[in-house]
Design a protein around this ligand. Structure first.
Ligand code: NAP
Length: 329
């Protein structure tokens, strides 16, 4: 595997950290693009990346620097996981979201294509796309042929990047767009509803708070385990052709189900007593149900999720309980 040289953007994010760890475990030479040192809103600090990873500081929106980095490093695999990943925050910052999660993907695709043209060595590009490109889909479950019809600035930025991957694939780049459904882990920031729920359930279980304020409990999502989803991305890079892949469990649950599972994992059965509905946390035009049909990834990549919904929720709650208990020691 040492012939593989990977560039990973978003390496201090939830997925970037898991991807870097998996690649290092495979013996790949890993170069990580990080925006800053990593901090409060990052899943990891850059110093927490595994030993041997080459860290490069830079901003995805700086096209010249991204091109220079790609031409200097000459990666054989480029994984673009960097971006503004919150649907909720994209309503606050639609233009920045478009720049970072949409337009900037063009810089990396062009740099990868130019590198391949210059050296004659194939470059394999993987984009972390999102189920949010489908928005209010009439089709349930969605697959790679489902019309792209986003409902949020985040979904629109991701849709642009998704189309651009197809454009460069048609031009001759081995480019794949992994259409990722929600995937969670203890590294999810608390700005995301899932981690907010698991932290809230843990704090209520330990008597540190009594109520958890929630927006819409009815939205349904297809939640998986983050390390599984980055494994799909490396499999996509190594398949014979670049393609679009839906990466999903195929099972949807409501936010209410997530809350009930999290409180149960924290040892609380009557969760309704602790949850208040607050319209301030409801999102405008939230997609009502996103659930993916990952048959293509299963058949062509041999991929399948390893972790069930209750296991994902339980691992997150156990992590948050352990964090609280460690703080109390
Ligand atoms: P995340 O934890 O928010 O990580 C995003 C990463 O992007 C962070 O490392 C962040 O750096 C970096 N970043 C943000 N702006 C940047 C910029 N201008 N230049 C360079 N780096 C920048 O997201 P994630 O959950 O790991 O998701 C990874 C990717 O998958 C994202 O593109 C996301 O949209 C996509 N996705 C995720 C999910 C999911 O359920 N997690 C579902 C569908 C798609 P800092 O650490 O400095 O902030």
């Amino acid at each position: 595997m040492s012939a593989v040289r990977a560039l990973v953007t978003g390496a201090t994010g939830q997925d970037g950290g898991y991807l870097v760890e998996q690649l290092v475990g495979q013996g790949v030479e890993v170069h990580a693009l990080v925006r800053g040192a990593g901090g409060a809103s990052s899943a990891l600090r850059s110093t927490e990346l595994p030993a041997g990873v080459h860290v490069h500081r830079g901003d995805l929106t700086d096209g010249l620097s991204m091109d220079r980095l790609v031409q200097e490093l000459e990666p054989t695999e480029v994984y673009n996981l960097g971006g503004l990943s919150s649907v909720a925050l994209s309503w606050e910052q639609p233009a920045l979201t478009a720049q970072v999660s949409g337009v900037a993907v063009g810089h990396l695709l062009k740099a990868s294509y130019d590198l391949q043209e210059r050296t004659g060595v194939p470059v394999r590009f993987v984009q972390a796309s999102s189920a949010e490109i489908f928005g209010r889909s009439e089709r349930v479950p969605q697959d790679e042929t489902t019309p792209v019809r986003p409902l949020s600035p985040y979904g629109a930025a991701k849709a642009y990047a998704h189309h651009l991957v197809g454009v460069y694939r048609a031009r001759g780049l081995h480019a794949s767009s992994c259409i990722l459904y929600n995937h969670e882990s203890p590294r999810r920031p608390q700005t995301f509803v899932t981690r907010k729920i698991t932290v809230g359930a843990a704090r209520i279980a330990r008597g540190l708070q009594d109520q958890l304020a929630m927006g819409n409990l009815d939205a349904r999502r297809d939640w998986g385990w983050a390390p599984d989803y980055v494994a799909a991305m490396t499999a996509a890079a190594r398949d014979e052709a670049g393609r679009d892949y839906v990466v999903a469990t195929g099972v949807s649950h409501s936010v209410r189900d997530f809350v009930a599972a999290a409180f149960a994992a924290a040892g609380i059965t009557e969760w309704e007593r602790h949850v208040t509905l607050d319209p301030r946390f409801a999102r405008p035009s939230d997609a009502p149900e996103l659930v993916g049909d990952s048959s293509r990834a299963r058949q062509l990549l041999g991929w399948s999720p390893t972790t069930t919904f209750p296991e994902v929720v339980t691992r997150m709650v156990e992590h948050d309980l352990a964090l609280l208990d460690a703080q109390g020691d």
